[in-house]
Write a protein that binds this ligand. Structure first.
Ligand code: ADP
Ligand code: MG
Ligand code: ZN
Length: 224
């Protein structure tokens, strides 16, 4: 006779740059749990309204229903008694209280799967992510493909200054958390990432000769 251990609570963190497949991986884990008939609830900060207000959606359009919450603590209000797994996407947008929330849920026996950007577009640790990484039982760091050189990409390059631009809060909090997808950011490796520069899309730059040369020249100068 086997005894099921009801307390398997833990924290798993899935981190990496934009387009590294964090949401895809979160959804993969959620789906597998659902196959095992475990009740899953997914949350995300209200601020992430990129695609859908009541779904978590990846860049390739996979999605599951999710509840947008203003504050991390709201998650505690909505988690139901029979929930076995709690997913939290875009966790970098919450404040540090998300760490306490994740810990509480884990001690309650819930498997908490947290996905979020480990670095902002300047390559700095993002919000509560370092603390979440520290207390997690399991950490997965994903990479995207660098759109400049093809190497594994760990960074998110800001390529558009919507709501920002020279002189405006390009280095401020509002911009740091600007939510955007393909049109605002691209994935880059350490060497191709230009943290202080908001530049035109590389895909466009590489297809137009002058733009491509300009970007490459700029990078070469930086390396010298
Ligand atoms: P994240 O949540 O980490 O931002 P998603 O799970 O939403 O990522 O999307 C991952 C998908 O993004 C990939 O499967 C791929 O289809 C697409 N994608 C777009 N640009 C890139 C890139 N430069 N490198 C890797 N995948 C990319
Ligand atoms: Mg995502
Ligand atoms: Zn690169």
């Amino acid at each position: 006779m086997y005894h099921r251990n009801p307390t398997y609570g833990c924290i798993e963190v899935v981190c990496g740059s934009m387009f590294s497949g964090k949401t895809e991986e979160l959804l993969r884990r959620v789906r597998r749990a659902q196959i095992a008939r475990q009740k899953v609830q997914v949350f995300k900060p209200v601020i992430d309204n990129r695609y859908s207000v009541d779904h978590v959606q990846s860049h390739n359009s996979n999605k599951v229903p999710s509840r947008p919450v203003e504050k991390a603590r709201d998650i505690l209000k909505y988690v139901e008694d029979n929930t076995r797994i709690v997913g939290i996407d875009e966790a970098q947008f919450f404040d540090d209280s998300v760490v306490e929330v994740a810990q509480k849920l884990a001690y309650r026996g819930i498997r908490v799967i947290v996905a979020g950007l480990d670095m902002d577009f300047r390559g700095q640790p993002f919000g509560p992510m370092p603390k979440l990484l520290a207390v997690a039982e399991d950490v997965t760091k994903l990479s995207a493909v660098c759109v400049v050189c093809g190497n594994p990409a760990s960074r998110s390059q800001r390529i558009s200054a919507i709501g920002g631009g020279p002189g405006t809060p390009a280095a401020g909090e509002v911009n740091r958390i600007a939510v955007g997808a393909a049109e605002m950011y691209e994935a880059r490796c350490r060497f191709c990432h230009e943290p202080d520069v908001v530049i035109a899309n590389t895909m466009t730059a590489l297809t137009s000769e002058s733009g491509g040369e300009g970007t490459a020249k700029q990078r070469k100068e930086q390396a010298e």
